[in-house]
Design a protein around this ligand. Structure first.
Ligand code: G3I
Length: 352
């Protein structure tokens, strides 16, 4: 537990107000001075994190809020295969180390993302022709070198990211095609050997509601647990969109995974909308952020929430979904939006 976590938990337990903790959240909002999202989450024995990315490290105003308001971070791109093993057997952890160093200097825990994913792979890997034995050796070496470099320094690893299709069948990736479904158990075992203390996760999107995709994960992790494969948690990315409706079964779904003896976490939360934003959409978005927060708070094994960066200034959405955006709790000028206050209120109510 970090100093900040420990202090917040202790103070909450004593029923005191955290008056001595350096202030924090925006105040000119009618909501009064407040503790940060990280401090409020810690009072509920959870973390509240934000993803970040290396190009943002030149923006001091952005970094000030990141380091002050959040007590966990995830590197949005720095630990992906294309960045960490750009040539076969040649590893580069410069970008990941930059984010980790920031996290450590600000007492933030670090969710490491991700060891095995079908996107953002280096050209040498995607353009090669590999036998199963060759690819297994490549995968093992990648996982071992990367997880070993960060051994003892990260809270968790998203070991395999986005392994399933929407209908619950395995996604047809280089790894699945060449190695079969056993690559997931192998990846977890190799990651565990390289860093026995990191919490090991499978992570995916559109997993929030009960349905074919989350059912497939449920069956997989149940069978992995039965075989004593090292798996600690499931990450529910939480890329939501106002136009598609709120996943009403989120809480129930988190709970059924927790009941298997796993941690669960919301790992990449954002709530996009069709632009332009207006007061009504922002109010609905705020309610969704609060509802996701409450769903996590209602499940004891839900360990924390991470937003996929905290400001619309650096959201991935507009580049991918044309005409959509405004998905995060801070606007493009780094000002908190209704969603920010809604999250804060939900955390505050639970941490009393
Ligand atoms: O590095 C190049 C840079 O050299 C070039 O100038 C620039 C021009 O577009 O592109 C840069 O690469 C971009 C990369 O992010 C790094 O910034 C890619 O175009 C861009 O597609 C890539 O997007 C990332 C996306 O994953 C790729 O799928 C997002 O930043 C990142 O937030 C997003 O994160 C994923 C999670 O890992 C998994 N879950 C979904 C989530 C959102 O897609």
């Amino acid at each position: 537990m970090s100093y900040r976590h420990a202090l917040a938990a202790l103070t909450a337990a004593a029923g005191l107000v955290l008056a001595s903790v350096p202030a924090s959240a925006a105040t000119a909002d009618g909501h009064g001075p407040g503790r940060t999202l990280g401090e409020l989450a810690a009072a509920t024995h959870r973390y509240f994190g934000s993803a970040t990315d290396n190009p943002e490290f030149t923006d001091q105003a952005y970094l000030d809020i990141l380091g002050r308001e959040f007590d966990s971070t995830t590197a949005g791109n720095a630990l992906k295969w294309y960045a960490t093993e750009p040539q076969q057997g040649v590893f580069d952890f410069t970008q990941g180390d930059q984010v980790l160093d920031f996290a450590r200097r600000h007492n933030m825990s670090f969710r490491a993302h991700t060891l095995v994913w079908h996107n953002q792979l280096p050209d040498w890997l995607t353009s090669g022709t590999w036998t199963a034995d060759q690819l297994r050796a490549i995968l093992k070496n990648h996982i071992t070198q990367e997880a070993r470099h960060y051994r003892g320094k990260v809270y968790s690893w998203d070991v395999v990211n986005e392994a399933f299709n929407e209908d619950g069948t395995y996604r047809d990736t280089l790894f699945y095609r060449t190695l079969g479904p056993g690559y997931i158990a192998d990846a977890l075992r190799w990651a565990h050997q390289a860093d026995p203390h990191a919490k090991l996760y499978l992570n995916d999107y559109n997993l929030e509601a009960v349905g074919p995709k989350s059912d497939a994960y449920y069956a997989l992790v149940k069978s992995l647990k039965a075989q004593h494969v090292p798996i600690d948690g499931v990450g529910f990315q939480g890329h939501l969109a106002l136009q598609y409706g709120y996943p009403d079964t989120l809480r129930q779904n988190l709970q059924r995974f927790a009941d298997l003896g796993l941690d669960v976490a919301i790992t990449e939360l954002d709530v996009r909308m069709i632009l332009p934003a207006d007061a009504e959409k922002l109010a609905t978005q705020a309610k969704w952020y609060a509802d996701v927060t409450k769903a996590c708070l209602a499940v004891r094994r839900c360990v924390g929430i991470t937003v996929w960066d905290y400001t619309d200034k650096y959201s991935w959405i507009p580049a991918v979904f044309t005409g959509e955006g405004a998905a995060l709790p801070y606007d493009e000028n780094l000002a908190p939006k209704p969603a920010y206050y809604a999250i804060r209120d939900a955390l505050k109510a639970a941490g009393r």
